[in-house]
Design a protein around this ligand. Structure first.
Ligand SMILES: [Zn+2]
Length: 357
């Protein structure tokens, strides 16, 4: 394989540098005979969608073929690393395809009957089964386990937690003992203190976060992936929930407070990452919209970029563009720190050391 050469301002940083790529990895010392593929501009570690669903479409589970197309759509928009936050289909064959983004799977969502979107989760008849189910998903996934933390309880007519706090504590400890991290879907307020207190590693959406829970997350280093572009769907969800007026009002209120919640979390020092929730109500390939939304919610452009690139990569165990790093990167003519919309038009997309766009 011919070595490749790139020159540009390597983000994060201000220095124009030369990089070489051999066997899919970044080299920082000259490699003779390398072919130059980028000469000038800005080099960014590949974008990361920290909350994505490869294998879910607007009508539920999709075929592996459609799932592959979803991953291609993400890649072509610059997303080169995906934390899959729960998929009903086995996407491990896609991990063998070198032309698709790297996928870190969380296995299947763990939920309870009638307490999540039909056909997506693995439903447990009794909450006490959670620790054993977590152990199974920790084995099946790639170091993450996804819980449904709350959902509408139709008997109560509002959002409510799915799991008792003591079960959560045992389940999360079980995952940690197996070397896996745990995250949970949470819209409302009530499930959050129990999840964070049980040592969960990340909260998805988190629209019901109070100042107290935000402070506790900052203290513990618990991450937040707010999926702001999906929260934009809350008014529509409320509109359709005609049989559940309290739930509808709750969703509208959570939507109204989401921007301020994210700003407060960022200010408090909670690690916040960019995730689209692509799969059901959100199309794949929209990570840049989420990065822009995080900036609008109060992150600086550099913080929002980190949340969708090098910061998220580090959190997921991947390095930036250093010696020996995977050569997963994007090139741009202009500085995305000055205008995040620059991210929409990479001049080069390199994945595993190969130019794919
Ligand atoms: Zn999701």
């Amino acid at each position: 394989m011919t070595a490749l050469h790139l020159r540009g301002v390597v983000l994060p940083g201000d220095d124009e540098r030369d990089l070489w790529v051999v066997n899919g990895r970044v080299r920082t010392r000259p490699v003779p005979g390398a072919r130059t593929v980028v000469d000038g501009g800005f080099l960014l570690p590949g974008l990361v969608d920290a909350h994505c669903h490869v294998g879910i479409g607007p009508r539920g589970p999709v075929t592996l073929e459609v799932a592959a197309e979803q991953a291609e759509t993400d890649r072509d928009a610059g997303t080169l690393l995906i934390r899959d936050c729960g998929s009903p289909i086995d996407t491990r064959p896609l991990q063998e395809r070198l032309d698709l983004p790297r996928i870190i799977r969380s296995g299947r969502h763990l939920s309870r009957p009638k307490r999540y979107i039909p056909m997506l989760g693995a439903d447990l008849d009794d909450p006490s089964l959670l620790p054993a189910a977590v152990a199974e998903q920790a084995e099946y996934g790639d170091g993450w386990v996804k819980l449904v933390g709350d959902w509408i309880d139709r008997d109560r007519g509002d959002l409510a937690p799915l799991w008792p706090d003591d079960v959560l504590a045992e389940a999360i400890a079980t995952a940690h003992a197996a070397g896996a991290r745990v995250t949970a879907h949470v819209f409302g307020e009530d499930a959050l203190p129990g999840l964070v207190g049980a040592g969960i590693d990340c909260i998805e959406h988190g629209t019901g976060l109070s100042s107290d829970v935000i402070a506790e997350m900052a203290r513990r280093g618990t991450a937040l992936v707010p999926t702001l572009i999906n929260i934009e769907n809350f008014p529509g969800i409320a509109e359709r929930a005609t049989k559940f007026p309290a739930y509808a009002a709750h969703m509208r209120d959570l939507h109204a407070r989401a921007g301020a919640m994210v700003a407060e979390a960022v200010e408090a020092g909670v690690p916040v990452y960019a995730g689209t929730d692509a799969g059901g109500g959100i199309m794949h390939g929209r990570l840049v919209d989420e990065v822009v939304a995080l900036h609008r919610a109060g992150m600086t452009t550099e913080q929002a970029l980190a949340a969708g690139s090098w910061g998220a990569r580090g959190w997921l165990g991947f390095s930036g563009l250093d010696e020996g790093s995977p050569a997963d990167l994007l090139a741009f003519d202009a500085d995305p720190r000055l205008d995040l919309d620059v991210l929409r038009a990479p001049t080069r997309i390199m994945l595993r050391g190969r130019v794919v766009g």
